[in-house]
Design a binder for this molecule. Structure first.
Ligand SMILES: Cc1cc2nc3c(=O)[nH]c(=O)nc-3n(C[C@H](O)[C@H](O)[C@H](O)COP(=O)(O)OP(=O)(O)OC[C@H]3O[C@@H](n4cnc5c(N)ncnc54)[C@H](O)[C@@H]3O)c2cc1C
Length: 380
């Protein structure tokens, strides 16, 4: 494994990264192949991370979080992603799913945070729909008021954790058309009328369950609204700014793992009587890969530091997500090339890395949408 030089803000951050590395080596690395092959969600592994304090890193201590800067949380995520992307993505999605309650929720909703951040309750973020992913403001899942309840009807698509989740952030229409008609409701799994569908058969991240969820007159008490009525779209977009940095960190970790694997193989493999890493054609390819991973890490952490200082960071988060995930796709593809035929078979992890990289260019706003965010900021 190549050494990653890190500048961390505190000794506590050093300890956290050491803990994450130890857990990743002990709990993640030995299990990933088996769980991916069986498409099984590692719920117990997530619980273990929760007990170790790794699920609530950026949240306040009074709610069971660790009050860590985002730049520290992202580097923990990167380490987890380098061993098992689906677990890192689960941590990222769960962290995203806790954000609305932690930031906009009433005190009674925040009382659930210790269980959420400790890993006993797993979250899902229900924004996308079968008819609309990129154009989220056009969502059609509706919640009508009936006495002390909202009654939700509609359908959500591509929901990570789906049937495995304990709570859902449901973005739904409580008012008229457009973004200001959308609210965020916190629903428990097991609520009658909330029915996760069969999990999708995905290209990669097979241990991460993704499915549609049907809402058929599902009743959620009115005090389960997160923030004000009509504030849902703003909550969803603010959460995604932070979530995109999580996806960028996942991409950096995945690409680092692909780079490390390719370097190890290229040092060992001999052709024409010498290690293939000594051929300039491959040595330069690896040099470009290493440079791209470092650049993506730097861009991601620079955006995180803006967030940590309370500065606007939405455009920088879009740049980081765009650059890091495109980079991960390139680097994992090049890693397969470096292994030659061996890269194309499941015996070597790079085959999985390449399949997994693709989804990072799609989730939490496709990379076309990131370009839209960035170009709009240039036009303003
Ligand atoms: C494995 C996985 C997990 C996911 N997890 C979640 C989750 O937990 N919660 C959740 O809410 N969603 C989740 N998603 C959904 C994901 O966020 C959407 O797939 C994504 O936002 C794109 O939406 P779409 O699939 O409907 O594509 P579409 O919006 O139909 O887009 C199709 C194509 O058109 C392009 N496009 C659309 N609009 C424009 C434009 N204005 N300019 C240029 N190009 C454009 C897109 O980039 C894309 O290439 C997940 C998806 C996957 C695959």
């Amino acid at each position: 494994m190549t050494t990653v030089e890190r500048i961390l803000p505190t000794d506590e951050a050093h300890d956290l990264l050491a803990l994450a590395t130890e857990l990743a080596d002990r709990e993640l690395a030995p299990r990933v192949a088996d769980f991916e092959n069986r498409s099984e969600f590692p719920r117990e592994v997530i619980r273990t991370l929760g007990r170790a304090g790794l699920l609530g890193l950026p949240y306040p201590e009074e709610y069971g979080g660790a009050a860590q800067p985002y730049e520290v949380y992202l580097q923990v995520l990167e380490i987890l992603a380098s061993r098992w992307l689906a677990v890192a993505e689960a941590v990222s999605v769960h962290t995203l799913s806790c954000y609305p309650v932690a930031t906009f929720g009433s005190e009674s909703l925040r009382a659930m945070l210790p269980e959420m951040l400790g890993g006993d309750l797993l979250g899902a973020y229900c924004l996308s729909e079968p008819q609309g992913g990129s154009d989220a403001a056009a969502l059609t899942t509706r919640a009508r008021r009936d006495g002390d309840d909202f009654v939700i009807s509609g359908s959500k698509a591509w929901i990570t954790h789906a049937a495995s989740a304990d709570f859902y952030n449901v973005f739904c229409r409580t008012g008229g058309a457009g973004p200001t008609g959308i609210s965020c409701l916190l629903a428990d799994s097991g609520t009658p009328g909330i029915v996760p569908q069969t999990a999708e058969r995905t290209m990669g991240l097979r241990s991460s369950p993704v499915a549609q969820i049907a809402f058929d007159e599902a009743r959620v008490p009115v005090d389960r609204i997160v923030g004000d009525e009509g504030a849902g779209f703003r909550i969803a977009m603010t959460a995604l700014d932070a979530g995109r940095l999580g996806i960028a960190a996942c991409a950096v970790g995945l690409a680092q793992a692909a780079l490390d694997y390719a370097v190890g193989y290229a040092r060992e493999r001999e052709q024409f009587g010498r290690s293939i890493i000594d051929f300039q054609g491959l040595g330069f390819l690896l040099a470009d890969m290493a440079t791209q991973v470092s650049a993506a890490r730097a861009l991601t952490l620079a955006a995180a530091r803006l967030r940590d200082r309370g500065r606007p960071y939405s455009t920088e988060a879009a740049k980081a997500k765009l650059f890091a995930t495109d980079m991960a796709m390139r680097v994992t593809t090049d890693a397969v090339q470096i292994l030659g035929g061996a890269g194309y078979v499941a015996d070597h992890q790079v085959e999985r890395f390449m399949r997994e990289a693709k989804v990072l260019q799609i989730v939490e706003g496709t990379n076309q949408i990131q370009r839209m965010v960035i170009s709009r900021s240039l036009a303003r």
